[in-house]
Design a protein around this ligand. Structure first.
Ligand SMILES: Nc1ncnc2c1ncn2[C@@H]1O[C@H](COP(=O)(O)OP(=O)(O)OP(=O)(O)O)[C@@H](O)[C@H]1O
Ligand SMILES: [Mg+2]
Length: 436
């Protein structure tokens, strides 16, 4: 059973063409052959008529009829005489007969003249069949030549008719997973319309469901923020009160838990927010990538200094990119935050911003342990934190970064630094640079 519609159409149509061609060819051959034999019979009869009326005499006259036709006039006399074959012929009645001459089959017309002498006009059956076969073959030839042409036409027509379907599949394949825009209905054969409408309906429903989920996460995170802020305030108030050392220890654990929850809520909100921006609306303003990075570094410098980490620019060119300032800031903050979190005291974090042709490049490189080889493919998954989670991380930072990069039409790659006496993670983000 052929699964492809194109294959099935082509094979069945070709089979029909071949069968019809074959049947037509066989019948045409038959008819043409019989027709040719009949024509030759009537020629023999005409020759016999000419001989009988005295219009033709002597065997050599017959050579004029056709060099290859091999028609003989055999005089048989008034009584049986000559070779045994001639005697045999003499005994046959007048008319069209099958006989033999010189051991080979022939077709003969026997006649008796008014004076009682008999003659036969004979033609070799082999030659007759050959001539009839030739003629029949020439009738079949055009049919045989038409079949490959028809097959070619079928192949073109079938491929052409199914092309819109192939285009549609290619378009769907090439889509990013979150592109829910409806497929265009125009330019499509009407048979495909119900199918495409169903796909569009499904896309709409999936989009609504994703929207609902995103709203739920955003709402839940938002709702949880208020009680958590109240709890944090209470904990801070408690901090100011005189407490026994054991209670103070527990309070510290409690406050750390609250910090973590707050961070989780903020990350969830950020994820939902960046999910919501449709790709076509994201690139709004033109802004300086280096300015966004400078702001983030200034914010995080104090933390870096307190842990004796050398955080700074390795290369800082003025590069223009398209997109919302807050998106770039959120992205850079999450990346430098990771670098800070995973780099041990006394380490170094280098940030580089430069333009490479039409591409804006942001590179952040740290001297931390890097990511285990079997985990590096998963670090952009939500909530993935690997085997060595550090600090208050919840595993959402890189998912947020990835979404922002996707929205802004960029690419991101993370790779371990492989150099002697050095480890670390190098993250390279590339965007289309805005016109200089
Ligand atoms: N610079 C880095 N060095 C080593 N490992 C890293 C680095 N950046 C990310 N990772 C690994 O990737 C995981 C996912 O990072 P991601 O930023 O998504 O989450 P997180 O930092 O743990 O939490 P969050 O950013 O939400 O606070 C981290 O838990 C860590 O295992
Ligand atoms: Mg992070």
């Amino acid at each position: 059973m052929i699964r492809s519609l194109r294959g099935r159409l082509f094979v069945s149509l070709t089979a029909v063409v071949l069968l019809t061609g074959l049947a037509g060819g066989v019948f045409a051959h038959r008819w043409a052959f019989d027709e040719a034999i009949e024509t030759q019979d009537s020629v023999l009869i005409q020759i016999a008529g000419l001989v009988q009326s005295g219009g033709l005499t002597g065997a050599q006259d017959l050579h004029g009829v056709d060099e290859d036709a091999e028609v003989w006039l055999i005089e048989l006399g008034k009584t049986p005489q000559g070779t045994p074959e001639e005697r045999q012929l003499w005994r046959l009645q007048d008319g069209m007969r099958d006989a033999a001459r010189k051991g080979k089959p022939v077709r003969v017309v026997l006649r008796t003249r008014s004076d009682g002498s008999r003659f036969a006009v004979a033609q070799s059956t082999g030659v007759r069949d050959e001539i009839a076969g030739d003629m029949a073959f020439r009738t079949v030839l055009p049919i045989a030549a038409l079949i490959p042409c028809l097959m070619l036409v079928i192949a073109f027509v079938v491929a052409g008719s199914l092309r819109p379907m192939v285009h549609l599949a290619d378009e769907l394949d090439a889509r990013p997973a979150d592109d829910m825009t409806a497929l265009p209905l125009r330019d499509l054969p009407s048979e495909l319309n119900p199918f495409v409408s169903s796909i569009n309906g499904l896309l709409r429903r999936v989009h609504e469901m994703m929207e609902q989920q995103r709203r739920f996460i955003a709402d839940a995170a938002h709702e949880l923020r208020t009680p958590l802020t109240a709890l944090s305030l209470q904990a801070e108030n408690l901090d100011r009160v005189e407490l026994p050392p054991a209670a103070r220890e527990r309070l510290a654990v409690l406050r750390q838990g609250m910090r973590r929850s707050k961070h989780l809520l903020e990350q969830l909100l950020a994820l939902a927010r960046h999910d919501a921006t449709p790709p076509d609306r994201a690139p709004g303003e033109v802004m300086e990538l280096d300015r966004a990075a400078r702001g983030v570094i200034a914010d995080l410098l104090q933390e870096a200094i307190s842990r004796d980490i050398d955080l700074g620019f390795d290369r800082a060119e003025s590069v223009l990119v398209c997109g919302a300032f807050v998106m770039f800031t959120a992205m850079i903050r999450n990346l430098i935050d990771n670098a800070l979190r995973f780099t041990p005291e006394g380490g170094k974090i280098d940030v580089a911003i430069y333009q490479d042709g039409a591409t804006a490049v942001l590179q952040i490189e740290d001297t931390g342990p890097g990511v285990a080889a079997d985990e590096i493919g998963r670090i952009f998954e939500p909530f993935f934190r690997g085997q060595r989670p550090e600090g208050d991380g919840v595993g959402l930072g890189l998912s947020i970064v990835k979404r922002i990069v996707d929205r802004l039409g960029g690419t991101i790659e993370a790779a371990n630094v492989i150099e002697p006496r050095r480890t670390g993670l190098r993250v390279v983000v590339k965007f289309p640079a805005a016109g200089t």
